[in-house]
Ligand binder design. Structure first.
Ligand SMILES: *Cc1c(COP(=O)(O)O)cnc(C)c1O
Length: 399
């Protein structure tokens, strides 16, 4: 049977003979904070100094990880009151912003009381925030999220250039900004997010330039410079065969040439790029079986812990994440196997016909590039298996 390729193992793991955490009970996610700290340092060195780095916590909201990341970034971006609570545990309210359509009145009230910036997603949400602030007798911090009139090319999830539940149409933003200010808000600026998971360096460069230009146009229409322009992010990481990492140094150099067009502070907000390659999902082989000539390894976790690796979280075509037999990383491939989880659904497929060293019952399989949109983005209650443990390692050297 012809094997199918799998994605590239992140460089930090490529030279290991064995993953060092195999004694830990599976199923588990292990996040190496040393890798996160290295990514943040590289990004800081690449970006112009006036660009703040925010972490979008929905990528991985593990409290221990947030605590370790908070001192290394300038802000946290959240998308619910639950995420806001976690962010407030580790970061001052003034450095937290809250985006997301469908904020409930109670969430808006909590944000205003705490002093968190609300990224307003619609005219009516803006009016609701003003009314709630009025009742509280407080001055709300409001930024306006813009639905940009362009999208991030090569993006796995397009968030601009079309009808959208996110943000306010670009041509209506200046009017809303004026109404919010007249209504008593402290205007915190603009939030422009055009897409996610792009590996096209040139597309990111062009999108950032278009984003700065759009912010400048809105500032002119509103006759006010925004205090902060959040340029979004959308930096992708390699997951699949042929994927090549972004050139963040080229992105930073190009961005440096754009920023003079507007007198403001800037931020970029990243989730996946900061944490994705730092995480490994580990699950143990419960059974091996052969069906009609195809060998299956059945693990003690699957789609219930790692929906994205099964191809069911925002991908059109199912492809194989980077995978290895965790204690035989450098051994030659011996057999072609399909790796599945324990759920009674054919969707629960972690690796399709990959060529690996032999793994026996009790051995551990590692799925790499699993630090973002893993545990918290998976249906852990589905079929009632135990959840995956989550461990943060590598903290002491960096935090
Ligand atoms: C999800 C999200 C992010 C983070 O996206 P990544 O692809 O993980 O970097 C950033 N900003 C907004 C508004 C988001 O919704």
């Amino acid at each position: 049977m012809n094997p199918k390729a799998f994605g590239p193992i992140p460089p930090e793991f490529r030279t290991l003979d064995t993953l060092p955490w195999l004694a830990e009970a599976t199923p588990a996610y292990v996040y190496d904070f040393g890798i996160v700290a290295t990514r943040i340092a590289r990004l800081r060195a690449a970006l112009p100094r006036q660009v703040a780095v925010h972490y979008a916590i929905k990528a991985n909201p593990l409290p221990a990880l947030l605590k370790a990341i908070a001192p290394l970034v300038d802000g946290l971006d959240v998308a619910s009151a639950g995420e806001m609570d976690k962010a407030l545990d580790v970061m001052a309210a003034g450095a937290i912003s809250f985006a997301g359509p469908g904020k409930r009145d109670a969430e808006i009230e909590l944000a205003i009381r705490a002093g968190v910036t609300l990224n307003v997603e619609s005219e009516s949400e803006g009016q609701r925030a003003l009314a709630i602030a009025g009742m509280l007798g407080m001055r709300p911090k409001l930024a306006v999220r813009v639905n940009p009139d362009f999208e991030l090319r090569g993006s796995g999830m397009k968030m601009g250039g079309r009808a959208s539940p996110f943000g306010v149409e670009a041509q209506h933003v200046a009017g809303l900004v004026k109404r919010l200010i007249i209504g008593g808000a402290e205007w915190r600026g603009l939030h422009i997010f055009a897409g996610s998971q792009s590996l096209d360096t040139q597309a990111v460069i062009e999108t950032q330039a278009a984003t700065v230009a759009l912010a400048a146009r809105i500032a002119e229409e509103a006759r006010r410079a925004p205090p902060l322009v959040n340029l979004g992010g959308g930096f992708g990481i390699p997951y699949f065969p042929g994927d090549v990492a972004l050139d963040v140094e080229a992105i930073g150099a190009a961005l440096a040439g754009e920023l003079g067009k507007l007198d403001t502070k800037y931020a970029i907000e990243l989730g996946r790029w900061l944490v994705g390659e730092a995480g490994v999902y580990l699950a143990r082989v419960i059974d091996r079986k052969v069906s009609q000539g195809e060998t299956f390894l059945i693990l003690d976790g699957g789609l219930n812990h790692h929906l994205a690796a099964t191809g069911n979280f925002g991908t059109v075509v199912r492809r194989n994440y980077p995978v290895a037999v965790a204690h035989r990383m450098q051994d030659p491939a011996e057999e072609v196997v399909t790796i599945v989880g324990p759920l009674c659904t054919p969707l629960d497929r972690l690796a399709d016909r990959v060529s690996l060293p032999r793994a026996n019952v009790g051995d551990v399989i590692a799925i790499f590039a699993s630090g973002a949109y893993g545990a918290s983005a998976s249906p852990s209650g589905f079929l009632g298996h135990p959840p995956a443990r989550e461990l943060l390692i590598g903290r002491s050297d960096h935090a």
